[in-house]
Write a protein that binds this ligand. Structure first.
Ligand code: SAM
Length: 187
């Protein structure tokens, strides 16, 4: 199947934009799958800043980076992505958000609307023109509905002269399939 899911769409867009030597952010490291994906794209000359607020996520990501032999390309930060401006330099190429809770972890330690929106705003400041924010937005079961609504409202309000926003939504599937949102900075 060509149209798989929000995460697959996210990866396909990010790999078109990110090149060797770029500096990028994984805003939600989790189990490290996206951190490894980004580390492979930026190569030895590039850098990934990866954030998570949970020790378990930082540990899991570190193990996955070492297993894939890409740990030197990544700065792992145990802090909220809403504080990314304290660590990340200006002129980054991409920021990935894979929202929700750590798979297999505590559902109450998931991403939250206000900190996610603050992190999107900071990402827009740090990105270079032509850079992108790529988000996979999960909702369904016991969580994510409020965050999805808040993010949709926020991204619709972004000044069209500042960024282009694309929402990719599967509309005929069951069980709340995740949504992919891509924001490209113009100026
Ligand atoms: C769906 S998981 C990410 C999956 C991950 N990208 C992967 O490849 O395995 C979401 C993660 O966001 C983290 N998180 C929640 N709030 C956060 C915040 N304010 N800043 C950074 N990470 C946060 C959670 O701890 C959780 O590990």
């Amino acid at each position: 199947m060509f149209l798989k899911n929000a995460l697959d769409i996210s990866h396909r867009i990010v790999e078109k934009i990110v090149s060797q030597g770029d500096v990028v952010v994984d805003a939600t490291a989790g189990n490290g799958n996206d951190t490894v994906f980004l580390a492979k794209l930026v190569g030895d000359e590039g850098k990934v800043f990866a954030f998570d607020i949970q020790d378990k996520a930082i540990e899991n990501t570190k193990k996955r980076l070492i297993y894939n032999n890409v740990e030197k390309r990544v700065v792992l930060i145990k802090d909220g992505h809403e504080n990314m401006d304290k660590y990340v330099p200006n002129g980054i190429k991409a920021v990935m958000f894979n929202l929700g809770y750590l798979p297999g972890g505590d559902h109450s330690i998931g991403t939250k609307p206000s900190s996610t929106i603050m992190a999107i705003e900071k990402s827009l400041e740090l990105l270079k023109p032509g850079g992108i924010i790529m988000m996979a937005v999960y909702y369904g079961g016991d969580s994510g509905f409020e965050e999805k609504e808040a993010i949709m409202e926020y991204v619709k309000s972004i000044d069209y002269k500042k960024a282009v926003v694309l929402v990719h939504e599967f509309v005929n599937q069951i069980n709340c399939p995740p949504i992919a949102i891509c924001i490209e900075k113009i100026s």
